[in-house]
Design a protein around this ligand. Structure first.
Ligand code: FAD
Length: 461
């Protein structure tokens, strides 16, 4: 008998419960990826993610071929395509990973109904995309944890799911047609410094990270220039790396030092990922609506639009903000500290709606996903789950603290390359003749005015 494995955000062979389950109940399996028209139409087909996706699909196909199988690619409406394939290969069951967004939840419902009508069973596997299923731990009387720390405590107590090995062989039925796989080289508008995708790349990166990065992580993860984070986020987004395996391997890499601070800090960040996924699963509308503290009075109009453009283009006149925004454009990725301070700047200093910033990030981020992007934006904007929603990050102090030698600014804002820290974080303070040597804009807004606007907005909004 035959099973279809529908791949979505889980483009791997290692630790893949749907593939494993399909192989244990059926002798032939069709690994399927559908280039979903609805996902493209909703604006998620941004060039950086499409290019990375092309790498991931090529690598998944190569991994399957090494095992005697191959990847089948179809394009169109996902429910119609799965239905057609099920009929073509006379499949008995379909396996897939559970998703968390409103769209993913509706897709599962539609698929279940369509397949049941044909007498085919849909198996939706939890804890593939995340370490814990969204409902695995719940506070009394609610369908999700709204605060991270108690969630983390309960999440840490869950018994770990065993990590499954990659299958040795995959037999695909004969004669199943596939669209040609997309090629990275065919995608236009890709950031020049975009990372490479694919499971092999993910596993190499994890190996290097555990060997050379993890032990420094607790101390160095906020150092903008040190770039001492794992950069695994695109792989976690596309599922070329299992988050369960990442947790397991970080913990075992650190055995011998029972409470290794690097591993603890890294696992805690992976828990943040699960935290946002469980919030979105319970409140899918927060992808577009304020989680709480609804604020309708964001600035609009020509001045706000011009300042937003300056923010997007990295010419706000605040060097660390501009450096981070230019990193985003160049790499399709930004350091977490950069994301925090640029998001705070847009929403709390310029007082522009977080949705505008979140949309821009989604257009560029290779790891851009609804759970992490929208809910981190809400966190930074003070409309989300931050227990201190009124904190405003001062970009000068952030620069002095997280880029003390100015190396991050020098890397991304070459106009200021000749200016040492700490002056590089406040070039407007230079005496006029020195200031004139740097072709770099003056601040588009005074920080005191921004703070004042934020406080007034809060009082009346
Ligand atoms: P590491 O520091 O090595 O962390 C390991 C992993 O933990 C990451 O790969 C990521 O999967 C997870 N993680 C770390 N921090 C967070 C966090 N705050 N929330 C959720 N998961 C986290 N992350 C995304 O994956 N996609 C996004 O679209 C996204 N948008 C963001 C937008 C804003 C405004 C902010 C403040 C943060 C956003 N993040 C997003 C979270 C975080 O910035 C990135 O996950 C991180 O910078 C990725 O780099 P890394 O893999 O080197 O992280």
């Amino acid at each position: 008998n035959v099973a279809v494995v529908l791949y979505t955000s889980d483009l791997r062979l290692h630790d893949h419960p749907p593939l494993r389950a399909a192989l244990s109940s059926c002798d032939r399996v069709v690994p399927l990826f559908v280039r979903d028209r609805a996902v493209d139409a909703a604006g998620f087909a941004a060039p950086n993610r499409l290019a990375f996706l092309a790498d991931c699909l090529a690598d998944l196909d190569a991994g399957l071929r090494e095992r005697g199988g191959r990847l089948v690619l179809r394009s169109g409406d996902v429910v119609a395509e799965v239905g057609a394939l099920v009929r073509e290969c006379d499949a008995d069951e379909v396996h897939m990973a559970a998703g968390v967004s409103g769209y993913a939840q509706a897709r599962e419902e539609r698929l279940r109904a369509a397949l049941e009508a044909e007498g085919v069973r849909l198996y939706v596997h939890e804890a593939v995309v995340t370490v814990a299923a969204p409902g695995a731990v719940l506070p009394a009387g609610s369908d999700h944890f709204a605060v991270f720390t108690p969630y983390f405590r309960r999440w840490s107590e869950l018994p770990p799911r065993p990590v499954a090995a990659a299958p040795r062989s995959v037999r695909v039925p004969e004669g199943i047609g596939s669209d040609p796989l997309p090629r990275r080289a065919d995608v236009t508008g890709v950031s020049p410094g975009l990372a490479r995708g694919g499971e092999r790349e993910a596993r190499d990166l994890l190996r290097r990270w555990l060997r050379a990065g993890l032990s420094r992580y607790a101390d160095a993860h906020d150092d903008l220039a040190g770039d001492a984070t794992s950069r695994l986020s695109p792989h976690l987004h596309f599922g070329t790396l299992s988050p369960t395996e990442a947790v397991h391997r970080a913990r075992t890499a650190a055995t011998g030092h029972a409470a290794d601070p690097g591993a603890e800090a890294f696992v805690r960040q992976l828990c943040w990922r699960d935290f946002h996924h469980q919030v979105l699963a319970a409140r899918p509308e927060t992808a577009v609506r304020d989680y709480r503290d609804r604020r309708d009075r964001w600035r609009t109009g020509a001045a706000a639009e011009e300042e937003t453009e300056a923010w997007k283009e990295g010419r706000t006149g605040y060097p660390v903000v501009d450096a981070a925004m230019r990193q985003l454009r160049h790499e399709g990725w930004m350091h977490n500290r950069g994301r925090l301070l640029t998001a705070s700047f847009l929403t709390k200093t310029l007082y522009v709606d977080w949705r505008i910033g979140a949309r821009y990030f989604l257009d560029l981020l290779v790891d851009g996903d609804l759970a992490n992007n929208q809910l981190n934006w809400q966190w930074a904007a003070g409309t989300g789950t931050d227990t201190r929603p009124n904190r405003v990050l001062n970009p000068v102090r952030q620069g002095l603290r997280y880029d003390p030698a100015g190396r991050f600014v020098h890397r991304w804002v070459p106009e200021l390359a000749g200016l040492d820290a700490p002056k590089v974080h406040e070039p407007w303070r230079l005496p006029a003749p020195d200031r004139a040597r740097y072709a770099y804009p003056d601040p588009i807004v005074e920080l005191a005015d921004g703070l004042d606007r934020f406080r007034r907005g809060r009082d009346t909004g």
